[in-house]
Ligand binder design. Structure first.
Ligand SMILES: [Zn+2]
Length: 287
């Protein structure tokens, strides 16, 4: 069932685990992620991206979000429907109108005061509708999702955190501690000491972006030091592609059944979803 972002991350912070947040952009992903999370008794966040929702004249809002909203009630675990990265307040408004649980407003590439103003404007739109907001302070690089380098990262400063949260009213904060989006060209090294300082300064739960490809031991250290939500996209895409390649050569008939064609894609994605849930200590958190 749908729950609030704030409640979900509050439980994670109190119980020292992180909720996996999967970018979920195709129908087959909705089912694979929700069924696996339910099996693992884990809360889960499904994230939509503006670039997917706006395609085909906005059909992503109708079909993809309509599908998710129709099926969440069948799953007996807390689920959050979250809009990932946008700096577009119109998209925030659209997500609020379409019944999202929470949204991310990303002003992290702007100077502090501009980031505060944009984020506070998003909170003003979302809060009256009961929609929670994630902001970002510091900058997690690698937005093209394909060729990721960590050089454009800007680490979050602890002395800005309290001020940012107070001035914007955000419910969660994405911080930059050394991860990047997409597929790494070289392994990242997370700044756990910095994370501990950020967590001590932050009144709200912290979020780690760029979870794909980050070494497991570093991810777990990050969870132990305050990360309550981790975003995953690239690892899911790579898993689905493995399944797709297997499916493409698996049949000796020209008309395989749809469920057989998609089975390897779903299976590979399910494996990654289960791995991430366990990695973040989220399994068994729903009783
Ligand atoms: Zn991100």
């Amino acid at each position: 069932m749908l729950t609030t972002f704030k409640d979900m991350l509050g439980h994670a912070r109190a119980n020292r685990y992180a909720v996996p947040a999967f970018n979920c952009t195709e129908d087959v992903m909705v089912r694979a992620i929700l069924e696996t999370a339910e099996e693992c008794r884990a809360p889960v966040i499904l994230m939509g991206l503006g670039m997917d929702l706006k395609t085909d004249g906005g059909n992503g809002w109708i079909y993809h979000i309509g599908l998710i909203q129709a099926v969440v009630e069948h799953h007996d675990i807390p689920i959050v429907l979250h809009l990932d990265h946008t700096d577009d307040l119109e998209l925030i408004r659209a997500a609020v109108d379409h019944g999202f649980s929470s949204v991310m407003i990303d002003g992290s590439s702007r100077p502090f005061e501009e980031n505060v103003a944009l984020t506070a404007a998003a909170v003003e739109i979302a809060r009256p509708a009961g929609v929670d907001v994630e902001g970002e302070l510091g900058h997690v690089g690698g937005m093209d999702l394909a060729d990721t380098h960590c050089e454009d990262n800007v680490l979050t400063l602890p002395d800005e955190v309290t001020r940012f949260v107070e001035q914007t009213g955000v419910d969660a904060l994405a911080v930059s501690i050394g991860t990047a989006h997409g597929i790494y060209q070289s392994k990242p090294t997370l700044n756990i000491q910095r994370l501990a300082e950020l967590n001590a300064a932050s009144p709200v739960p912290l979020v780690l972006h760029g979870g794909s490809g980050t070494p497991d031991d570093q991810v777990q250290e990050a969870v132990r030091h305050g990360i309550c939500k981790m975003n995953v996209f690239a690892d899911g895409r790579m898993a689905m592609y493995r399944g797709l390649k297997e499916a493409a050569t698996a049949f000796d008939r020209p008309d395989p059944l749809p469920r057989d064609m998609f089975a390897p894609v779903k299976r590979e994605l399910q494996k990654v979803v289960a791995e991430k849930i366990k990695l973040l200590f989220a399994d068994g958190q729903v009783v």
